[in-house]
Design a protein around this ligand. Structure first.
Ligand code: PLP
Length: 391
């Protein structure tokens, strides 16, 4: 097969899968792989989960789409479930993460507009990733993803991740113009970077004091990935706005922007919309995914296996000179190397039947399905050990 009819935005490996089940994938020749990427934190309950499969097939046979001109029962149910789990109050459904973040950014603008702020600013973090639309690209960091796309929409103020003093300085410089802070609780594409302990809690207090909306991008960290439904729950806070996508549909495209308090009341009929967003298929699958996570105890499993994986990686890799740091929470783990290893993902797949991902050039990122067991944790540790040791 040739890729010449596709725009060359990706450089895919010469590897293509025909089938998946649980934590495993099979390529065209029938070879089995252990999937420690999960379609980039998407297939959290595993590939082809039988209940997801039957939700899709049943709903496809009943009704796929009616549009938001009519009320959609599954959308109401998913919103009810998500708000109960998160402590937020209302939901707008999108089709992707970037769109959910666009929704959040539009809410921040409306919030400022209602306060009479003429040139609102949203504080974002260095090293952040929020998506590929013009707005979310502007909120993201890194020259590579932004190169050539100027002029990008303005209204963002970038501060170092995890630095509270920088937020005070921003307030001194811009005062009332600041309306919101947007951040990932753990930076995913940025190399699995955790904020210092206590940062989110202090940020919550700061946002309350300044009347800024705290907007958390939980597109990668949400839906059980870190061992809680949402990463903010480790810190005992609730944001004003949260965005979700990836794991919510387990592969069926869906995004969501949740809000509470004033932020939940800002949209009025006509002020935002989506043709596909919140369709019966995506929302029914979302409900099914949440049920599976609950019934199979996957939050506890993500926590337990995540702690085991982190401990085992430390035990096996800490002495390798090329390993700079191993960090993560739940089943979102990064192994930062001193030197990038060429063709690492290809070698892992070819020689060890292990699918891994590399971000920021030299950080191995592990995002296995939340259903992973001890034996599979050991398979990952052994595979990574061999990969790192031969260099
Ligand atoms: C993947 C991701 C996005 C973008 O989601 P898309 O569905 O690709 O638009 C935004 N923010 C974070 C933190 C992500 O991990």
């Amino acid at each position: 097969m040739t890729a010449t009819h596709l725009m060359s935005t990706y450089q895919p490996l010469a590897l293509s899968f025909a089938k998946g089940l649980g934590t495993r994938l099979w390529d065209q020749s029938g070879r089995e792989y252990l999937d420690a990427v999960a379609g980039v934190a998407v297939t959290n309950v595993g590939h082809s989960h039988p209940r997801v499969v039957s939700a899709i097939t049943e709903q496809a046979g009943l009704l796929l789409h009616t549009s938001n001109l009519y009320s959609i029962d599954w959308q109401q149910r998913l919103a009810e479930k998500l708000t109960a789990l998160s402590g937020l109050e209302r939901v707008f459904f999108n089709n992707s993460g970037a769109e959910a973040n666009e929704t959040a950014l539009k809410l921040a603008r409306l919030y400022g507009w209602h306060k009479g702020v003429e040139q609102p600013l949203v504080v974002v973090m260095e090293n952040a990733f929020h998506g590929r639309t013009l707005g979310t690209l502007s909120a993201s960091d890194g020259p590579a993803v932004r190169l050539g796309f100027h002029p990008l929409p303005g209204g963002f103020l970038k501060v170092p991740f995890g630095d509270l003093a920088a937020l005070d300085k921003a307030h001194q410089a811009y005062g009332q113009r600041i309306v919101a802070v947007l951040m990932e609780p753990i930076q995913g594409e940025g190399g699995v970077q955790l904020a210092p302990t206590g940062y989110l809690k202090a940020l919550r207090a700061l946002c309350d004091r300044r009347n800024w909306l705290l907007m958390l991008d939980e597109i990668q960290t949400g839906i059980g990935r870190t061992g809680q439904w949402f990463a903010f729950q480790h810190e005992g806070i609730v944001p004003d706005i949260m965005t979700l996508a990836k794991g919510l549909g387990n592969g069926v495209p869906i995004g969501a922007c949740l809000a509470r308090g004033k932020a939940a009341e800002l949209f009025t009929p006509g002020s935002h919309g989506s043709t596909f967003g919140g369709n019966p298929l995506a929302c029914r699958v979302g409900c099914t995914v949440l049920e599976i996570i609950e019934e199979q105890g996957l939050l506890a499993n993500a926590k337990r296996q995540g702690e085991l994986l982190l401990a085992r990686l430390h035990a096996e890799l800490d002495d390798y000179p090329n390993v700079l740091a191993i960090r993560g929470q739940g089943l979102m783990i990064g192994i930062e190397l001193a030197q990038p290893i060429r063709d690492l993902t290809l070698i892992a797949a070819r020689d060890h039947g292990l699918l891994i991902n590399v971000t920021r050039g030299k950080t191995i990122r592990l995002l296995p399905p939340l259903t992973i067991d001890e034996r599979e944790v050991e398979m990952i540790v052994r595979g990574i050990g061999r990969l790192v040791s031969v260099q």
